[in-house]
Design a protein around this ligand. Structure first.
Ligand code: NAI
Length: 701
């Protein structure tokens, strides 16, 4: 049974029973409706309590059913709420835990509500680009007042029950219980049954008045606020429209208005992108050949090799999660520097009020440093973050193989080297895996988990779970040069270089793609990361792949010593102490000279061309990555770009964007790019998977 029925004397208790969060899937709705019917027809029942099993009341719609016919099959959520409102005996919602989305809308259909203190209450639909669709925008203002309700709906964030109970004049909760919320609800139901037996009508939220002293001015103000906060997303502004309807229209008309807005939003590309990202995040942890019940290894102590840029940030992730870390270095000075950086980062958080002093001290107490492998040999997992040189990695991994306890997970943070070769330095390649963090490692959400040819399934499952524990979006990548993210960005960078040769300036390219939504254009990004890193990679890569044509402008820039912000000059000029990118005449002259040497007559390149050459370069490489099985699904690629590369969320990632443009159109545009004599025609041959999907009228996702 997905909703159970129990009698407590003359009160029926119906409990939602669909773990983990009592999602309102079809089976749950059906059993719930049957329970209500039974309670109404049993003369011995005087009142009904509805509650949730486990730790949640209900998290809302069942995401497993999202978009399927089952999600709207009768009894749908609107029908359940109407059924509650039609009940002739008092119905009390006992909100025992998290109550979100459809769960809260259901509770608003009950006559009375008792909530446990400390539980999360939210209407989070805006986060997937929607407004609440089962009356939330009409009923919540009636119980919380317009302003509190609109805040809750527009932000989508959970608020604690007792906080809402403190809102002046609120009618959301009739009682707050500190324990035994079901017992309190049963008692309330019984008391109300007695009252209503004397003919007093049962209260409905829909009948409450909703007023605002100055609605026009208030909604205008709210619209302005929302516009500033969410320029790429239509849903927040539509939340304002829906709540405004609750004030200005009759209840049923307001409901119609909410429905219309809900369905209109459902069709927007932004909503599709947000839903894609929402499901993509969940799907990333599912690996086709690694079942969810794969046993995991225990990771209670971690060691990090190298206290540089990455080692420090990586360590912080584990300290934050309460996992002790020992950092190993070759020299005491390097350790001291690394620890000082970690302290500096934490202290900045303390200063900004984001971290409490005692939490900071607790975290630092979990950190140890050493120069000896003897001190880390019992760690459950070790993450190597030393210089990006195979020789150095080889020495480290041979030592790890000698000293680490059996079963320890041996991870490398390499960004470009072959994880299988690194694994082969040990006699336990099954225990070796790549954990590719992004810089700054304590901030960036993305973790590419690189699965070697011999990586054991339990190692992979353990590292994916650990990724979640340290609050990363962990995405599995196979072994290839650059893994998913950097292999794609190489093609994006090549296009950026060609665009310079054909007539663009760095600022023009950056502006076009930033206007489209990327957090940072390729040249500003290069200056931030350090242009010398790409230079070193190109030196290696294009020796190995001599046929791959690329623009030499980036090399010429590095030869001028312009590595980026760290040297005070890169693609742009910088004023000491500031990060503003100032267009550089020296760089533009360098580009013009190089262009003249190539014999290219500059032309005006449109923003549309800039955007599509950059983004479709990602898409074409991604199609190869997908077909080769380096990524197991298109949404994984999108998650890499959304969480690690500043790809605009409202576009859903490169694959989602290509799908929305139509793969046929993407291929057509690639053909035009291939005809450009200054571009790389071979690259623009659509990847076989892309060509096939386009021809069949299908999509990546
Ligand atoms: P880094 O140069 O800042 O730090 C490397 C540290 O390793 C230095 O403190 C050095 O003293 C130490 N080290 C060198 N050999 C050692 C050994 N044998 N034993 C112990 N410690 C040793 O380098 P960074 O940037 O932290 O990079 C580390 C790794 O992370 C590299 O593989 C790099 O490709 C990768 N990576 C770097 C990213 C970045 O943005 N910097 C991003 C993602 C990965």
């Amino acid at each position: 049974m997905a909703a159970t029925y129990e009698l407590h004397g003359d009160v029926a208790v119906i409990t939602l029973a669909n773990p983990p969060v009592n999602g309102l899937g079809y089976d749950t709705r059906r059993d719930f409706a049957a329970g209500i019917d039974r309670a109404m027809t049993d003369a011995a029942v005087k009142a009904v309590v509805i509650t949730g099993g486990g730790r949640a009341f209900s998290g809302g719609a069942d995401i497993k059913e999202f978009g399927s016919p089952r999600s709207i099959a009768e009894p749908n959520l609107l029908s359940l709420i109407r059924q509650l409102e039609g009940c002739t005996k008092p119905v009390v919602a006992a909100i025992n835990g998290t109550c979100m989305g459809g769960g809260l809308e259901l509770a608003l259909g009950a006559h009375y509500r008792v909530a446990l203190a400390g539980v999360d209450i939210a209407l989070p639909e805006v986060k997937i680009g929607l407004v609440p669709g089962a009356g939330g925008t009409q009923r919540l203002p009636r119980v919380l007042g317009v302003e509190t309700a609109l805040n809750l709906i527009v932000r989508g964030e959970p608020v604690k029950s007792e906080v809402l109970a403190g809102v002046p004049g609120q009618k959301l909760f009739d009682q707050i219980a500190t324990e035994d919320v079901v017992g309190a609800a049963i008692a309330l139901g019984r008391a109300k049954a007695a009252e209503h037996a004397a003919g007093k009508p049962l209260p409905l939220v829909r009948d409450l008045k909703v007023r605002h002293p100055n609605p026009d001015a208030y909604f205008q103000f709210a619209r302005n606020m929302v516009k500033g906060m969410s320029k790429n997303f239509p849903a927040p502004a539509r939340c304002v429209d829906a709540v405004e309807a609750s004030v200005k229209r009759r209840f049923d008309d307001g409901m119609t208005c909410e429905r219309e807005i809900f369905f209109a939003l459902m069709q927007t590309p932004e909503c599709k992108a947000l839903r894609h990202a929402f499901f993509g995040e969940r799907a990333a942890s599912k690996i086709p050949d690694v079942p969810e019940d794969t046993p995991q290894r225990r990771v209670e102590r971690v060691a990090v090799i190298g206290a540089g840029t990455m080692g420090g940030g990586i360590s912080m992730n584990f300290l934050n999660a309460g996992i002790p870390v020992t950092i190993l270095e070759t020299k005491q000075e390097a350790l001291d520097r690394g620890v000082a950086t970690i302290r500096k980062n934490y202290e900045a958080q303390v200063r900004k009020g984001k971290l409490k002093q005692d939490r900071y001290e607790q975290r630092m107490a979990l950190l140890k440093t050493t120069l000896s492998y003897d001190d880390i040999k019992d760690a459950d997992m070790v993450i190597e973050a030393v210089f990006e040189e195979m020789g150095v990695k080889e020495k480290v991994f041979r030592t790890l193989d000698d000293v680490m306890k059996p079963g320890a997970i041996l991870a490398t943070n390499t960004s470009t080297l072959d994880v299988d070769r690194i694994a082969a330095f040990t006699k336990r390649p099954q225990d070796v895996i790549g954990t590719h963090f992004f810089s700054p490692a304590n901030v960036m959400k993305l973790l590419e988990v690189v699965r070697g040819a011999k990586t054991a399934k339990d190692v992979l499952a353990t590292v994916m779970a650990l990724g979640k524990k340290i609050r990363k979006t962990a995405v599995v990548s196979g072994v290839c040069d650059g893994f998913i993210g950097n292999r794609m960005i190489e093609q994006y960078s090549r296009q950026a270089g060609f665009l310079l040769e054909e007539g663009c300036t760095p600022a023009q390219v950056d502006k076009a793609i930033e206007k489209w939504g990327m957090a940072m254009g390729p040249f500003r990004m290069g200056d931030l990361a350090g242009n010398d890193i790409g230079w070193a990679i190109r030196k290696r890569r294009y020796v190995e792949k001599p046929g791959m044509r690329y623009s030499k402008t980036a090399d010429l820039l590095c030869e001028m010593g312009r590595y980026g912000q760290k040297t005070g000059a890169g693609w742009y000029d910088y004023v000491p102490g500031r990060r503003d990118a100032i267009p550089s005449t020296v760089v533009v002259e360098m580009i013009e000279k190089h262009r003249a040497e190539l014999g290219i007559t500059p032309r005006q390149v449109s923003d549309e061309e800039i955007v599509h050459r950059l983004v479709y370069a990602l898409v074409n490489e991604a199609a190869k990555i997908l077909e080769e099985g380096i990524a197991s699904k298109a949404s994984d690629i999108d998650m890499v770009y959304l969480t690690g590369y500043g790809f605009p969320l409202h576009r859903g990632g490169p694959m989602c964007y290509a799908d929305q443009q139509g793969l046929f159109n993407v291929v057509q545009r690639m053909k035009q790019f291939a005809a450009n004599p200054h571009d790389d025609a071979a690259f623009w041959q659509p990847a076989p998977l892309l060509a096939r999907l386009a021809a069949e009228g299908r999509t990546f996702t």
